[in-house]
Design a protein around this ligand. Structure first.
Ligand code: TRP
Length: 341
């Protein structure tokens, strides 16, 4: 029997998940879960302002779990893991930090952008916060997350690619210098690498308040879409570039009928289509996508002890694998001092 390849991927518990998470990553997770041994991680250690709002993190852990269940991840066939309940992550982070040059972290574009945001960017009205040391250790910890179950594949959003590259580099260095312990994991980005926000901003993100959340009810979705940015001003029957209109981009992403999308794009570009009509169509398709998620979510939310148990068991199963890896690492690094005499 050949061993199945393993997946590790994760999300920081900072709030509910939205359509950007779905199209960029979650949709892939759901598809891949039957062909790989999957580990889905709630990365609570990596909320670098954890101490600022512990109550929010505590609540978000379960929000994320419910969103995962809502999209159709199976917590029995896969491992749902809470990072801090598998403290092997903390140890592996320490050991791997020997292998990751600081200069590689400093060049990481995702980190650079996050650092600028933390420091308040150009906007003087944004409160400046000191950057915690945890900010520098979190990418190392993400490397440790991925290497812990010796993962082969990491399905993630586009913004995570620099971190996967760090992981590959760390695995290469470790294997080369010591023993072949870690596969070099491949990244896999979803169908829509980056979804625009409902305000037309290049990226849907909670901090910008421009999201449609997976748990939004039908009326909230309709209302958000009514207020959605519809591209540069244009008469209702004036042709336009469909790629400049987020409504068209969302239809391309979430209308399952490809022929319909092709036709709409064609008509939009040649004779124009009123945004009002497009918004109604989008509302219908999004609610069709989200309704089964809402139903699954509600079913699980009504039975949190069962959800808790699934996460507890997933974390336990993961720790068996984690401890096996830690033994291999100790062995490779010749750290078994007590066996010396
Ligand atoms: N950094 C990721 C995010 O912000 C979350 C994450 C933590 C992750 N550990 C991971 C993603 C391991 C993939 C693999 O969303």
């Amino acid at each position: 029997m050949t061993e199945r390849e393993r997946i590790l991927t994760g999300i920081r518990p900072t709030g509910s998940l939205h359509l950007g998470h779905y199209a960029g990553a979650l949709e892939n997770w759901v598809k891949l879960q039957h062909d790989y041994d999957c580990n889905f991680l709630i990365a609570d250690y990596q909320v670098s302002d954890y101490a600022d709002d512990i109550a929010h993190v505590r609540q978000s852990v379960w929000e994320v779990v419910l969103d995962w269940l809502a999209v159709g991840l199976d917590p029995e066939g896969s491992n749902f893991v809470i990072e801090s309940l598998a403290p092997e992550h903390a140890e592996l982070t320490t050991l791997l930090s020997w292998f990751l040059p600081l200069s590689m972290l400093e060049r990481n574009p995702t980190l650079k952008a996050e650092m600028a945001a933390l420091e308040g960017g150009e906007d003087p009205s944004v409160e400046r916060k000191p950057v915690p040391v945890a900010f520098f250790t979190y990418p190392v910890m993400q490397v440790a997350n991925i290497l812990m179950p010796r993962a082969h594949l990491v399905p993630v959003g586009e913004d995570q690619l620099p971190h996967i590259e760090l992981t590959r580099e760390t695995a290469r260095r470790f294997n080369h210098r010591f023993k072949d312990v870690f596969p070099e994991p491949r990244a896999k980005v979803g169908r829509v690498p980056r979804l625009v926000g409902i305000d037309g901003n290049a990226k849907m993100s909670k901090s910008r308040g421009n999201t449609i959340d997976l748990k939004d009810d039908a009326e909230t979705v309709a209302k958000k879409i009514r207020g959605m940015y519809g591209g540069p001003p244009r008469g209702a029957t004036e042709p336009g570039d469909p790629d400049e209109n987020p409504i068209m981009l969302y239809l391309a992403a979430f209308d399952p009928d490809e022929a319909e999308v092709a036709e709409l794009r064609q008509r939009y570009a040649t004779q124009g289509l009123p945004n009002k009509e497009l918004k109604e169509l989008l509302t219908k398709h999004l609610n069709e996508l989200l309704e089964p998620m809402r139903e699954r979510r509600a079913k699980y939310a009504a039975n949190m002890p069962q959800v808790r148990e699934a996460v507890e068991h997933g974390t336990k199963r993961f720790r068996v694998l984690a401890q096996e890896t830690m033994e291999m690492v100790h062995d490779a690094l010749d750290m078994n001092y007590l066996e010396q005499y």
